[in-house]
Design a protein around this ligand. Sequence first.
Ligand code: HBI
Ligand code: FE
Length: 298
Amino acid sequence: MAWERAGRGSVAGETAHKLRGDYGDMRSDHTVDQDWEAYTADEHELWRRLYRRQESLIARHACDEFNNALADLNFGEGIPRFGAINAKLRPATNWQLVAVPGLVPDLTFFEHLANRRFPVTVWLRDPGEFDYIVEPDIFHDFFGHVPMLFNPVFADYIQAYGRGGIKAHELGAIEMLARLYWYTVEFGLIHTPKGLRAYGAGILSSGGEIPYSVESADPNRIGFDLLRIMQTRYKIDTYQETYFVIRDFGQLFEATAPDFSPYYAQLNGRDTFAPSTVLAGDRVYQRGLAPVRTANGA
Ligand code: HBI
Ligand code: FE
């Protein structure tokens, strides 16, 4: 996953590479129709392969909330229809999926989340990208994110993130907020009675990073701390050097309930921490033996 930097306020054309996806027919809110009939038999087969590989990994490494929702949804047989999932999502947490051509501008993304609409990319990666994909595709967006939208507390957290994003956009603080999204929604771990488990979509949609994030002795694992996370840079083209661990989803929601404006003011101009740093005040679950990862080490 190397897409975050490309996504930052840049869909209009400042990206390092051209965005994939067809942005020609989208509506003003960047949504499109899914056009499920257009997926080929090969694409459905690739989806089944991706799904089966992840399924064998998540049983031991994903949190129960993710595993239970995934089992209920049962979308392993082919690329799902968003409409069918929406019929289940609406009564569960009042979220809806909307189809998008790919990365959308930050503010558009935040506005969807603030209104409990989760943007899901319509295209699937090529077979050669089985293990690694630069931009989020339908497999990352769907497999990684959708099951957690069925958890009421987590679903509220994502909406709160969207609202916070709109505000951060006005305040010029998106970078700090984006680190929170990265280290929770994308790469978060949770400490459960069964041990450490993953809930972040970037982990759960990756074949290699699931066991790495939960079991490897290499990375740091540190207790969740909102301000600390907002000062911590991240790498977009390697496995993470540090994972942050929550106790439960309530902790996430409560920590992020206050208005962030004073936090941004407090942190503005301060030094940021390298992704591999362990601080004296950290609650350390695991001090990594080899946290530093070089690019493309994934
Ligand atoms: N667009 N489709 C899509 N998916 C994302 O996850 C996404 C995005 N645009 C911007 C973005 N993420 C992030 O840069 C913000 O969360 C900061
Ligand atoms: Fe994602």
